[in-house]
Write a protein that binds this ligand. Structure first.
Ligand code: GLN
Length: 191
């Protein structure tokens, strides 16, 4: 069991659902809203929500540089949906993302809210499928040198590159614990 303290960026979006998955897995977790909060965590989750709003709040609370420094220093980070956009190198529109992972991402790529959908996603590393909830989800158009851990309809939907994990769906919304466990055990366990 990994004893890392997992932070969840709690500026906007479904951070409460992430905290709830982490708690149900028995991990230590805490909300992150400031550079001081960020200093005391070993890893960070950036939740789903609205990436433009999250990036504006990141700048308002002077978190851009601290986030970039911690992640480039090797802190494990997991972004779901909007969180994946926040971490990308480049996004199709909206606020400039953090540029933590060399991914190019297209926002709202499956269409409007009514085009949101669910699908069973095969994740060979987890030995089975997980329920993928896609809500105004982005498409990772270019995942650079990242390892594609799962795809759907020919597109990467779960990608890892070193200390960075991103999904374009929301394991937290179905309280699916296996991806959070993978993040903590594999990425934080090797810290
Ligand atoms: N469409 C949102 C964005 O661009 C992401 C949606 C989500 O996190 N479910 O930020």
């Amino acid at each position: 069991m990994v004893d890392a303290r997992i932070g969840v960026l709690a500026l906007q979006g479904d951070f409460a659902e992430h905290l709830s998955v982490l708690t149900s897995c028995g991990y230590r977790s805490t909300e992150v809203r400031s550079a001081e909060d960020l200093e005391v965590v070993d890893a960070l989750i950036i939740p789903g929500g609205e990436s433009t709003t999250q990036l504006k709040l990141i700048d308002r609370y002077d978190l851009r540089d601290p986030l970039r420094k911690r992640t480039s220093g090797g802190m494990p980070v997991f972004g779901t949906c909007a969180g994946a956009i926040v971490l990308a190198q480049e996004s199709s529109d909206g606020e400039p993302p953090l540029g933590v992972a060399p991914f190019r991402i297209i926002r709202n790529a499956y269409g409007r809210q009514v085009d949101s959908f669910e699908a069973d996603i095969d994740v060979p590393r987890l030995g089975g499928t997980v329920r993928g909830v896609f809500i105004r989800a982005p498409i990772i158009e270019d995942s650079g040198s990242g390892e594609v851990l799962a795809g759907w309809a020919g597109r990467p939907v779960l990608v890892q590159l070193d200390n960075v994990l991103v999904s374009t769906f929301h394991p937290e919304l179905v309280q699916e614990p296996r991806i959070h466990r993978y993040f903590v055990e594999e990425l934080c366990g090797s810290m």
